[in-house]
Design a protein around this ligand. Sequence first.
Ligand SMILES: [Zn+2]
Length: 171
Amino acid sequence: MLCPGVYPPDPTLGITDPQMLSSPKLVRRSRNYEHRPCPQCGKSCPRDRIFIRTLHDLGDALAGRPRDLQITYSQHHCTRCGRYFTTDMSDLAAPKARYTHRVVATAVRIVVEDGLPYQTASWHLWRDHRVFVPYATIQNWVEARGKKGGPSHRGRLPRLGPRRLLRVHRR
Ligand SMILES: [Zn+2]
């Protein structure tokens, strides 16, 4: 006997306007310090400016809401080296990236390990993780790792183990 109703229909099914989707939950994080050691010479350097950066993270699937990290971070100036640097956020995301490592790792895993085409992976990320990533962005991530030549080569894909992924993302 069939057992219907195990999976409730996605309430966002058919919505094409992103404005109609539920607003993201903002999670504030601080990387804002008065002094940080210069990465080059180690000198303790005073804060010069404060910036805010927003990163899209994996969302809250139960509440059906996307999740954004809003990170307040400081820029410092080293008078000895004459250079500016910002507080380290490489544990959260790559420089200039708009998505966290967690999103990139999940997207790449869906494509490389589960073998889903990019468009399907994009939909899967939204449905199960409430993060919207255009499929072309996912394609860029996968191709940046040199693991995939096209969307329909699933049979030839090499397998990436978790250890390999971790190593890639810690850079
Ligand atoms: Zn320095």
